[in-house]
Design a protein around this ligand. Sequence first.
Ligand code: FAD
Ligand code: DHB
Length: 388
Amino acid sequence: MRTQVAIIGAGPAGLLLGQLLHKQGIDNVIVERHTGEYVLGRIRAGVIEQVAVDLLDEAGVGSRMHAEGLVHDGTQICVEGVRHRVDFKALTGKTVMVYGQTEITKDLMDGRAAEGAPTIYSAYDVALHDIQGARPRVTFRKNGVGQEIECDFIAGCDGFHGISRKSVPPSAIANYERVYPFGWLGLLSDTPPVSDELIYVRSSLGFALCSMRSPTRSRYYLQCSLAEDVDSWPDERFWDELKLRLDDEARERLVTGASIEKSIAPLRSFVCEPMRFGRLFLAGDAAHIVPPTGAKGLNLAASDVQYLSRALVEHYRDKSEAGLDHYSERALLRVWKAERFSWWMTTLLHRLPDSDFEQKMQLAELDYLFRSKSASTAFAENYVGLPY
Ligand code: FAD
Ligand code: DHB
């Protein structure tokens, strides 16, 4: 098989890149380790910035998002039972869109299938070859048969545990990492959300987040210990614990019900530098991870893909290497800003073990955030994705 760009991974980064390239007449093949159903079954991001909204429109798959997505003008932060609101629209003129990653992935999959662009699911033993040479290759096994794709470029969009980053010689890569001593236990239920806006909760019992997917579907998260087992959290226990962390009004309004998904995610900050190695370009979680508190992961994946797709179009159409040469530097500038915001918001709102001093700092910082217009504006700008 021969293509212009071989894309590893059919998550949001790989599918979006494939769709944008396809629209520009650039041939690409996506190779994905799992089945399409498996990829769609992962419940992850819920909040997207304008950059991702615009790219989904550009990719021609934005219509359902505009019809079903929820535009949020602000968010709420609850500190020890008292709720505060940050008005994004008033402070920055911008809003965010609440539309699930599952729906985005489905829209991109459907768009790709409609255009007949190839995605190879259930591909095993994916391996990258000659990434520094002029003719890189991707090999894999499908239904027990070995296959090979020759290409001009490889886009590594295969997430944090993927093979692309691991294919780079360790001496050519620098990794920066922080692992947090807690995780998030998430629950999805067909119950109406507790509020019209997201509520980020800082309580002495730990962080919680009330989010949503639609007017009838809610997504809740609880800070939990890394040693927790999801099986020891029957729905009743989850709801009881959430109620303890909420303010009185939210506690009264909360509608509980059977979960349709429950899972634990560890929290991590990670960046690898650079994001380009010869003809291999990393994008999305393959190159960087943020703790989910700032809702930045999928948005960063989208902005990487924006830079990379434009650079590849410049290469093929204008015969210019400038975009490809600057890809890593440009993407990392944005990545580190989102890393800073996600780290800051995580340390601001979570219960940190054995740290009376840090707790006092959190409360002082939160008080400053709500009282100072410039601090609220800085928060809103970061959340909606402006200062990049
Ligand atoms: P992935 O979604 O990980 O996709 C990578 C794909 O590559 C997968 O399909 C995988 O199967 C495939 N793959 C892996 N290895 C191989 C291989 N060897 N060969 C072939 N294929 C392979 N972000 C936000 O912006 N907003 C939010 O509100 C938000 N909330 C989150 C909440 C939670 C609980 C979590 C866990 C994450 C959240 N995120 C959020 C982050 C967001 O989900 C990720 O940043 C996003 O999924 C990254 O997309 P990606 O395509 O880069 O990687
Ligand atoms: C969701 C996840 C997040 O990490 C976040 O900051 C906001 C919302 C969600 O899954 O809805």
